[in-house]
Design a protein around this ligand. Structure first.
Ligand code: 4AZ
Length: 836
């Protein structure tokens, strides 16, 4: 027999009564009814109870399991000093018992400190000690919190103030038997303080006295560094030493957001102790050397999921900590930032007292000055203090004159971001005759007398160009300067007040700006203000780029012409078919170069299209430029047979060296190639040097590398305006009758109006030539540079071959600029003969 509840759905359906349950018949009807009511209530209660309980459980499960946790992870990185314990060597080894024991005590202490703070406790997750170093004991750690986004800033603030509250040498706190001072903690970039995922990429290194040690990114140099890694190198030196770290090879992805190396003056990856953060490629000539302020340094490497870069190799060694960089120096000498040319260490504090015999005074000349730039409030964080001025940032050569026979120079650097520093000399000067036999510039510089009133700003402050009586071949600017007549109407405001450009009759194909300047007609409506007053960009109507074709306008592959000048490879698609941005794998320099300019030695990879052509009998004879993996462009005059029977026209007599930096130094980066064909322009005129261009085909192709790259060829319409700065490079003679160079040389020259050049030089300058240089002389190409590139850096940083070194009246003579083959004239010829 069955007893209890029975559910009969059919009944409900049959009777239509909302009766859900039916009890089995019983003998005592009343008693049964009473019992049944009681039971029903009980049952109802039970059901409601179960429902409520399930709801509660569900809510709890949802809350803890499925509710989206909107709290964000925050990482803080810090260190603290424990003064009542002594550092022992085994604390350097994170696997040692001593390390584990002390780390646990510190972690416990950190937990109790943070859990004791009402504003931190709800968000505290954990603290982890990562390293110890000497100095009593410094413990480095990271702190993890999880916080709702709206509370994030508040938490940062609270954590920040704990630094100052908990610490203080005068007021150490004693927690868990640890006596703590210097409690420093700061919020950190999540990418930089990720707790290490695996221990395989954490390295503990210790400098050995008198030994240079090395380490490298994983896999270097055989395989690229792994994707998505986070590696760290904990580097230590003996007490009372500092560390010097140099990246001898550095080749990472060029976007620092993806991959980067960060170096810290601490064992915590704490932002305000970051010495530098780097990505990209650095050539050996710009290898950077970093210095710590005490005996530890931390190097971290972060990578994303791309894995095609070789990585780095670094060398480190320990140096005794120089107690004093302050000195008293007499009469003359050199002062530099500590460890120059290595980057200056953080927290440097030097004072030099410079003294000379009275009545002479002190003069300081800064030859290199590269300090951290001022912050957003224009405050110098690292600075040189001299003559009551704080100076920071990058400065060109700078002279400071003292008012007496003694001068104080101070140098201070803060905790983070180091730079190259400075290099200065000091000497005495006679206040009444500061530059014996020379001109005294207002800014303290001395220059040769004949540079006064030559139209060039040789002093740097123009002080030698004012109050000049202009000679017959000079133009008197409204501002009082005298400028060579050759600079009048060249499109460059040489006077500073534009008066040399206001009086011009514009030439055909030029428009006159409202400010009287002449600019090429094609520059009108190109969305760049070449006039300087916007008048070339006015009245452009609906800015339609499509215009009728003519010889000055760029023709897209689809046959349409566009108004914009030099649209090729400028990073903007100007042609509807995008053809102006095709074939743009050229004109780039993979290596990052230093900001020290003025030097004449090029850096490795700075001009990766530069080729050295060796005539087998004589060695280096001419230059050339890489334009593809099998073609070079050079000068026709290099390949003319001479009367002595030298067969320069014979390809077999030549060898090309690509990727070369120092002659004779044929390292593994250098590629040597034989020449298959020499194609000399058939209208090359050896009297006039007209059409001085040749193409050379290599017997074997080359692979492009960090030191071998093709230069961009300018379109036939490409304009290199008068006044534009370009670079010439080569291993030619250093002087007209001098020796050839061993290290590749570079020089900056400005393009000069053809009309002026024709008046200056002995031979005609045809429309196939460009003229460039300095009328004052001194900077020029010379014998042996021929055939080499005149490189022009264009708007988006791409480098174009503006010219080929061709000829000149001697080298670097006054009023004798150099002459170059105008490559844009040969764009079609190059395609015809090389397919390029
Ligand atoms: C040469 O002899 C040469 N000053 C090249 C360029 C210049 C002079 C001479 C320009 O190849």
């Amino acid at each position: 027999m069955e007893s209890g509840l029975k559910f009969d759905r059919t009944k409900e359906e049959v009777n239509g009564i909302p009766e859900e349950m039916e009890f089995l018949p019983a003998s005592n009807q009343r008693k049964l009814e009473k019992r049944s009511r009681k039971e029903r209530a009980l049952l109802g209660g039970l059901i409601v109870g179960i429902a409520l309980l399930s709801l509660l459980v569900g809510l709890l499960v949802w809350h803890f399991q499925f509710r989206p946790d909107n709290r964000i992870k925050k990482m803080y990185s810090g260190y603290l000093t424990i003064t009542n314990k002594k550092f022992t060597e085994d604390l350097e080894d994170s696997d040692s018992a001593a390390f584990k024991q002390l780390a646990a005590t510190v972690e416990e202490m950190l937990q109790s400190t943070y859990m004791g703070m009402a504003a931190v406790a709800p968000y505290y997750v954990r603290s982890t000690v990562t390293a110890f170093s000497e100095g009593s004991i410094i413990a480095y750690y990271w702190l993890e919190c999880r916080v709702p986004p709206e509370k994030s800033e508040e938490l940062d603030k609270v954590i920040r103030v704990t630094s100052s509250k908990v610490s203080g040498r005068s007021n150490p706190s004693i927690v868990k038997s640890l006596r703590i001072t210097d409690f420093v903690v700061a919020s950190a970039d999540l990418r930089k303080v990720k707790p290490p995922k695996n221990k395989n990429c954490i390295f503990d290194l210790h400098a050995e006295a008198g030994v240079v040690s090395t380490f490298a990114s994983p896999g270097f140099p055989d395989s690229p560094y792994p994707a998505n890694s986070w590696c760290q190198w904990i580097i230590r030196a003996d007490p009372h030493h500092i560390l010097e770290l140099q990246f001898v090879t550095f080749d990472l992805e060029n976007i620092c957001r993806n991959d980067f190396v960060a170096v810290y003056d601490s064992l915590s990856p704490i932002e305000k102790r970051e010495i530098t953060e780097r990505c990209g490629m650095y050539p050996p000539t710009n290898a950077f050397k970093l210095i710590s302020s005490h005996n530890v340094m931390l190097v971290t490497l972060m990578t994303d999921d791309d894995e095609n870069y070789p990585g780095f190799k670094a060398e480190f060694r320990q140096l005794p900590k120089e107690k004093e960089c302050s000195e008293v120096l007499e009469e003359s000498g050199t002062i530099t930032s500590p460890y120059y040319p290595a980057y200056y260490p953080p927290r440097a504090d030097c004072t030099w007292t410079l003294r000379v015999a009275p009545p002479r005074r002190v003069k300081v000349v800064f030859h290199v000055f590269l300090l951290q730039h001022p912050d957003s409030n224009n405050v110098c964080r690292d600075y040189v203090e001299i003559n009551s001025k704080k100076i920071c940032g990058d400065k060109p050569m700078m002279v400071e004159l003292g008012n007496g026979n003694e001068m104080t120079v101070k140098f201070r650097s803060d905790e983070a971001e180091s730079f190259r520093g400075f290099n200065a000399t000091f000497e005495s000067y006679d206040a009444s005759k500061p530059c014996p036999g020379e001109f005294a510039c207002r800014n303290g510089r001395c220059i040769q007398m004949d540079l006064k009133c030559d139209g060039w700003n040789d002093c740097g402050d123009n002080s030698e160009e004012i109050n000049c009586e202009c000679s017959s071949d000079q133009f008197q600017c409204k501002s009082g300067f005298c400028k060579s007549n050759f600079w009048v109407c060249d499109g460059v405001n040489d006077c500073g007040d534009n008066s040399d450009e206001e009086i011009c009759e514009c030439e055909a194909n030029e428009m006159k700006c409202n400010n009287k300047k002449c600019v090429p007609e094609e520059l009108k409506c190109n969305q760049l203000d070449e006039c300087g007053d916007g008048s070339d960009e006015k009245d452009c109507g609906e800015a339609s780029n499509l215009v009728p074709c003519n010889e000055y306008r760029y023709k897209c592959n689809n046959g349409t012409c566009i108004q914009k000048l030099n649209p090729e490879c400028d990073g903007m698609k100007d042609c509807a078919d995008g053809s102006d941005e095709r074939n743009c794998d050229c004109g780039s320099r993979p290596y990052k170069h230093s900001r020290i300019v003025g030097g004449m030695d090029a850096e490795v990879g700075e001009w990766p299209w530069q080729v050295s052509l060796h005539f087998k009998q004589f060695g280096h004879t001419c230059g050339a430029s890489v334009i593809s993996n099998s073609w070079l462009v050079s000068a026709a005059h290099c390949f003319q047979d001479d009367r002595n029977g030298n067969r320069f026209s014979e390809p077999g007599n030549w060898v090309a060296y690509l990727g070369l930096h120092v002659q004779q130094n044929l390292n593994k980066r250098v590629e040597k190639r034989n020449i298959k064909h020499i194609i000399v322009h058939k209208h090359y005129n050896s009297q006039m040097f007209d059409n001085d261009i040749a193409l050379l085909e290599l017997t074997d192709t080359v692979l492009f590398t960090s030191v071998i790259q093709p230069i961009c060829l300018p379109d036939a319409t490409h304009n290199f305006p008068v006044g534009k700065s370009t670079w010439i490079t080569g291993w030619g003679r250093l002087k007209e009758d001098g020796d050839v160079a061993t290290v590749l040389q570079k020089a900056e020259v400005r393009i000069i109006r053809r009309k002026h050049c024709n008046e200056l030089l002995s031979s005609t300058i045809t429309s196939n030539m460009l003229c460039a240089g300095y009328l004052s002389g001194g900077i020029d190409a010379c014998q042996g540079d021929s055939g080499g590139p005149m490189s022009s850096v264009e708007t988006n940083g791409k480098v174009f071959l503006a010219g080929i070194v061709s000829w000149g009246d001697g080298c670097a003579r006054k009023n004798k600029p150099g002459v170059y083959t105008k490559v844009s004239k040969y764009r079609q010829w190059i395609t015809q003969h090389s397919g390029m």
